[in-house]
Design a protein around this ligand. Structure first.
Ligand code: MN
Ligand code: MN
Length: 455
């Protein structure tokens, strides 16, 4: 169903399915504040559904539920189909990294009586949105002896939170005259970490006290932060939004909303004719680069492993598998915002509660860098959505030349597979508090299930 409001004709059963699914999803993003935590939670969900790590299989057969994990930051869950893998896969691919603030490698310093944390932002953010809000610290500190210490401060209601200060309005006449882009500088996104000096310490006693607290709690030294990955993210759980609780306010909907719905689709749908896969990748917000990004050879390597287990992998077979594969690049879209409607022409934009959004292309300055999906393939997807009664819509990323963006779609497209962006519309994208419609979250799940089960 193209461009219809989901709530208008929803049965009581459907409304309660929407609401129940939203509870599961809120739990996922409340726990999944980093890509590593998203993978941990995905592993837990997959294990509960009977999935097992690839290493525990000697041979593979239709119906087998298999997952691969890469460096704690990627997971690919497969359900082996009735047809041979070389006939192609049905893949749902989403990213689990979200814009945030990272601690630098030598983060701790003291200034004007405060212990501070030097930080570097990650991904595209409007910097002014990240000051004066409660923030939590998540991540790992890797010690020389090989231990990996998990850090989590600011989520438990009894935990302290940290934050980034901003100049009081009374003294801001010069700052207020600057543009939104320059009023808060990147180097000023530093964290306030403490104010009590360690007694008996003469130099940098406040910083020393913070380091002592970390030492007591985690048995880590200042130097250990050289090999740490600490992500600073909005503190607190995802919550219902709107007086009618129709929406979800939370951190990281981009793109954990598509990650969760993709994962659940593959897990819940069971055995299909073609082998199905939900793959969750990192580093999309900084270009999909590196060992854990979509450009990594890792995903291709998991498919080679499956081909090998199914009678032998050759380059020819791998290439054929990729060419025969159909994929949805499950990523979020910009939703029409009533306060900024001029940025999103009505007939080319995604509305809340109108379902899964297909983007033929994204890109910027004349589609530069986009994956421009084949119309033949879009027709195939339309048919699936209509046959399964899934609400869907199409969109561009806003008005031409206002900006732009990209996804992982073109990277998989490079394998000569059919791929198109399809995901959930989001308000406040990349802000500390992003918003989605519960109806769209559930509809994306239904759309993904229909897609992977289609012959
Ligand atoms: Mn995204
Ligand atoms: Mn993004």
């Amino acid at each position: 169903m193209l461009k219809k409001n989901i709530w208008e004709k929803a049965s009581t059963e459907k409304v309660s399915a929407i609401m129940n699914f939203a509870e599961d999803y809120k739990d996922y993003i409340t726990k999944g504040k980093t890509e590593r935590l998203c993978v941990d939670e995905a592993i837990r969900i997959a294990n509960n559904a009977g999935f097992k790590p690839f290493e525990s299989f000697e041979t593979i057969k239709p119906g087998d539920k298999i997952y691969f994990v890469n460096k704690g930051k990627n997971i690919a869950c497969y359900v082996i189909g009735e047809k041979p893998i070389v006939d192609g896969l049905r893949v749902l691919g989403a990213h689990i990294d979200s814009p945030r603030i990272d601690l630098k490698q030598n983060p701790f310093y003291e200034a004007k009586g405060f212990a501070m944390g030097d930080a570097h932002y990650y991904g595209g953010i409007k910097k002014y949105q990240w000051v004066t809000i409660p923030l939590a610290l998540h991540g790992v500190v890797c010690k020389k002896d090989g231990t990996v210490v998990n850090v989590n401060i600011g989520e438990d209601i009894k935990d302290p939170v940290v934050g980034i200060s901003d100049l009081l309005v009374h003294l801001s006449s010069q700052q207020m005259a600057k543009t939104l882009a320059t009023a808060i500088e990147g180097e000023d996104l530093d964290l306030t970490l403490g104010n009590i000096p360690l007694q008996g310490e003469e130099k940098n006693a406040v910083k020393a006290n913070v380091l002592k607290l970390l030492k007591d709690k985690y048995d880590i030294e200042e130097e250990d932060f050289v090999s740490a990955e600490i992500e600073i993210v909005p503190a607190g759980p995802a919550r219902d939004y709107g007086l009618d609780s129709s929406m979800i306010a939370g951190y990281g909907h981009d793109d954990r909303v598509c990650a969760y719905t993709s994962l659940r689709a593959v897990i819940d749908q069971g055995t299909c004719e073609y082998t199905t896969c939900a793959v969750l990748v990192d580093k999309e917000e900084v270009g999909s680069i590196g060992a854990t990004g979509a450009q990594s050879r890792w995903f291709e390597s998991t498919i080679t492993e499956l081909l090998e287990a199914q009678g032998g992998a050759t380059l020819v077979k791998l290439n054929k598998t990729m060419e025969n594969t159909k994929m949805l690049s499950s990523d979020v879209s910009a939703a029409v915002d009533p306060l900024y409607a001029s940025a999103t022409p009505d007939i080319q934009s995604a509305f809340f509660s109108h379902g899964l959004v297909f983007n033929k292309y994204t890109g910027s300055r004349g589609k530069s860098g986009c994956n421009d999906a084949m119309p033949e393939y879009i027709a195939w997807c339309r048919k699936i959505m209509d046959e399964a009664d899934v609400h869907y819509q199409t969109a561009e990323l806003g008005k031409i030349d206002l900006g732009g963006g990209g996804t992982i779609a073109y990277i998989l497209g490079n394998y000569n597979m059919n791929v198109i962006d399809a995901g959930v519309p989001v308000l406040n994208m990349h802000a500390p508090m992003e918003i989605v419609s519960k109806a769209d979250v559930y509809e994306a799940y239904l759309g993904y299930k229909a897609f992977i089960s289609k012959n």
